[in-house]
Design a protein around this ligand. Structure first.
Ligand code: SOE
Length: 405
């Protein structure tokens, strides 16, 4: 058939991606890589080139299902192949440093899931490597995905516009309940060697990142308690999604991480923080909450109502009708929302990852840095380590200012 004139499709620069890890996060990221260019005007078109998973059979099946054109059982392929521009790391924390360092050394952009690493030492090496690679235009970003919640991005705008005045209180709690049942099996998230820490690093890290990002202040000292309520759990017979399954007669193995973390924190400009993270808050599925009180205003957010932001404006005259107002963050004027549906038609968890990809590809296109950078994520790592140090020595608060300098 003759070629029809004027029918050719515009071609855009390609960004060829390799994803390492095909679990829960791998699925969320795959969806984002596919969706971001359909809704956001990006400077490059992500191409889902290679999916890597340790088990060849599962990797092949995941690649097929999630839309990747090739698969491998060896992450080294992702960092050595010439037809890969970006390595997306969605594996447990014990492998982040090796993969990210090799990818950066090979001149690949990197997106790495949170927390950045299992130790401050690894996070420092990763952050230093990212800084060096930035000189050659390589972008590295850590996946603190909640930053991409439109309501939280709006809260940050309010803080930047000084609508809250000087910030006094940060109250953050991240509550889940998927470990309430003592029969819940011993997945990698409960193994210190693989996950680095437990609830603290898995979800407390989100609260730390969100709090520092929203306030623009750094945490300087912490005083903490960590608790493991269930110290032994049935060994896993099958990993399914987050939870996994154990046989009824499965032998027990030790839980080597915290189930819950509680700590107070001081912020660099004087705010006082109270943090709680647990995977044992019966009935709370994914209540990632934060409230910030300033001298003249407050914001409050709960991920279980992710399309809403509560805002209190204390600057007006005293009318007797003051109160928190509930803003539906679904209007085109709100962060990210112009790309989606008409006002009032909300978005969900998966959109955070799509926003993350859109921001990352935009940064790569403009040659700018992407946030949170590995240096930002290293800072969270320092706070996590300080929380653990403080919990181990209950007699003292841990000061992290020296480690930063
Ligand atoms: C499990 O607690 C988990 O999937 C975390 O690992 C994610 O970071 C969080 O977004 C949801 O909960």
């Amino acid at each position: 058939m003759a070629q029809q004139e004027g029918r050719s499709m515009p071609t855009r620069r390609k960004l060829r991606v390799a994803l390492v890890g095909g679990g829960f996060m791998g699925r969320a990221h795959s969806h984002a890589w596919r969706t971001a260019p359909r809704f956001f005007d990006l400077p490059a078109d992500p191409v889902l080139s290679l999916l890597v998973g340790r088990d060849p059979r599962k990797a092949a099946a995941a690649a097929d299902r999630l839309g990747w054109s090739d698969w491998s059982a060896d992450w080294r392929e992702a960092v050595t192949r010439d037809d890969v521009d970006l390595v997306d790391i969605c594996t447990p924390g014990d492998t982040h440093a090796d993969i990210a360092l090799a990818a950066l050394a090979a001149g690949k952009h990197v997106l790495c899931e949170k927390p950045l690493a299992n130790s401050v030492a690894d996070a420092e090496r990763m952050s230093a490597a990212a800084e060096r690679a930035a000189d050659s235009g390589i972008v590295a970003m850590c996946g603190y995905s909640y930053r991409r919640t439109p309501a939280l991005a709006l809260a940050r705008t309010f803080v930047e516009e000084n609508r809250l005045g000087r910030i006094r209180h940060v109250r953050a709690s991240y509550l889940q309940d998927w470990l309430t049942d003592p029969r819940a099996p011993l997945t990698w998230r409960l193994d210190k060697a693989r996950a680095g820490s437990g609830t603290l690093g898995d979800i407390g890290a989100h609260s730390i990142d969100t709090a520092q990002w929203l306030t623009g202040q750094r945490i300087t000292t912490v005083s903490a308690t960590l608790r493991t309520f269930v110290t032994e759990r049935p060994r896993l017979s099958e990993q399914v999604g987050l939870g996994g399954r154990a046989a009824d007669d499965a032998p027990l193995g030790p839980v080597t991480v915290d189930d819950a973390a509680a700590f107070t924190a001081s912020f660099s400009e004087g705010a006082l923080g109270v943090f709680e993270a647990t995977r044992m808050a019966t009935g709370r599925r994914n209540a990632n909450r934060i409230e910030i009180n300033g001298e003249v205003g407050s914001v409050a957010f709960d991920f279980e109502r992710m399309n809403e932001l509560e805002y209190f404006d204390g600057r007006g005259p005293d009318t007797g009708a003051e109160g928190f107002r509930r803003i539906q963050v679904t209007d085109p004027v709100h962060p990210y929302m112009a790309q989606w549906w008409p006002t009032g038609h909300g978005i969900g968890y998966e959109h955070l990852f799509t926003h993350q990809v859109a921001d990352l590809v935009s940064a790569i296109g403009t040659g700018s840095t992407a946030a949170p950078s590995f240096a930002d994520a290293l800072d969270v790592q320092r706070v996590l380590a300080a929380v653990e140090a403080s919990a181990a020595d209950r007699s003292r608060a841990t000061d992290i200012r020296r480690e930063r300098s």
